[in-house]
Write a protein that binds this ligand. Structure first.
Ligand SMILES: [Zn+2]
Length: 371
């Protein structure tokens, strides 16, 4: 019997993946955004909605920022069942890309306060119910990371952590911080982080995004005890710290399909020369490709790994290493990690054996990432 063969695109879609840097509302489909606006009688034309979605950038001629999109979406989600629906749709889209595990951020301090049924507890319950539904129907595991909106006050962040303490849930694993970092580096929120740490929550943070100084990563790790960094690209400007964190194995969730650098270098050919993701890998840092804002930024998990190969020059053995890095850097139980390391490796290898062709990478661009 002839063995079933796979194209590279099939392969990127089918091998098992964990996405550890996923903003829940970045995964809202365009049609869902429009349906939510319709449901709550909010005026939003299709063309205006499309401005938030990179897939429609050429058609609209403009692109609003990801943060603007999330801000609009939080205002449009006015009932716990909206969160249930969005999480199920996120799972459907991820499942179609071979994703087996997601740790997703959401921002409790962005809940619209004028709706009495929308508070930390009711939304957590709706998300937990949806998590059980998708685990049961698709076998996809999702866990939650409430995330500080750093454009709001440090006290709002403490309120969020106090809600987490008052209403603990086994699906809530830790805290994060996101939104615009320029005037709000992580130390401003030290109290919220300290409180979360005292209550045994795991800690991650967006640090040194938008080309901001490596100091933000250093402060996060050394002062706030952040154990996993989101973005963190400018760390490579400090070789001493880079070596230290490479040795320590600090995980960095990196976003191959979207960073501020791409606005500087719109040509894909430049990415292979200049993008810090390559330098991070070469320096031996623990990197994990993730999607960030799935629909808003018009990407998928399969696309992120494709970009790692086609635009950044990593070979397939490198992808296997990153897949295992993603399991190790996750906050799921040790027992589950051990199972996944074995079963995902087997799946990766058996799918790879069916490839009709391996990617061809020019020697001068090739990276063999083996940490
Ligand atoms: Zn992010």
């Amino acid at each position: 019997m002839q063995q079933e063969s796979l194209t590279l695109s099939d392969f990127y879609h089918q091998f098992p993946k964990a996405d550890l840097h996923y903003h829940l509302l970045g995964g809202v489909r365009l049609n869902t955004m429009l349906a939510l606006a319709d449901k709550y009688n909010v005026e939003l034309s299709e063309i205006d909605a499309k401005c938030y979605y990179r897939a429609h950038q050429e058609e609209t001629g403009k692109m609003k920022g990801g943060i603007e999109a999330l801000t609009l979406l939080y205002s449009l989600m006015r009932a716990p069942e909206d969160y249930f629906q969005v999480l199920v749709e996120v799972a459907e889209d991820a499942h179609a890309c071979g994703v087996k595990y997601i740790e997703t951020f959401w921002n409790p301090s962005d809940l619209p306060s004028e709706y009495a049924n929308m508070n930390y507890q009711t939304v957590t319950d709706a998300l937990a119910e949806a998590i059980e539904h998708v685990e049961h129907t698709m076998g996809l595991v999702i866990r939650l990371i409430p995330s500080i909106n750093r454009e709001k006050s440090p006290e709002a962040a403490i309120d969020m952590v106090n809600d987490m303490i008052a209403y603990p849930h086994p699906y809530i694993l830790g805290i994060g911080i996101d939104y615009k970092e320029h005037n709000a580096s992580v130390e401003k929120f030290w109290k919220a982080y300290r409180l979360a740490e005292q209550h045994h929550y795991r800690l991650t943070a967006h640090c040194s995004e938008f080309g901001l100084h490596w100091r933000n990563v250093e402060t996060g790790i050394e002062l706030i005890n952040i154990e996993r960094i989101d973005h963190g690209y400018t760390i490579i400007d400090n070789p001493e710290l880079t070596e230290k964190y490479a040795q320590k194995g600090v995980p960095f969730t990196v976003i191959p399909s979207n960073t501020y650098y791409f606005k500087q270098w719109p040509e894909h050919k430049d990415w292979c020369q200049k993008h810090p993701i390559r330098a991070m890998a070469k320096a031996g840092l623990n990197i994990i490709p993730c999607t960030d804002d799935w629909h808003i930024h018009n990407t998928t998990s399969a696309n992120c790994y494709r970009v790692m190969v086609e635009d950044f020059g990593f070979d397939l053995d490198s992808l296997r290493v990153m897949m295992l890095n993603s399991i190790d850097a996750s906050w799921i139980t040790e027992q589950q990690k051990q199972q996944w390391r074995i079963s995902w490796s087997e799946m990766f290898d058996s799918l790879r054996a069916k490839l009709t062709t391996e990617p061809v990478i020019p020697q001068e661009h090739l990276i063999q990432y083996r940490r």
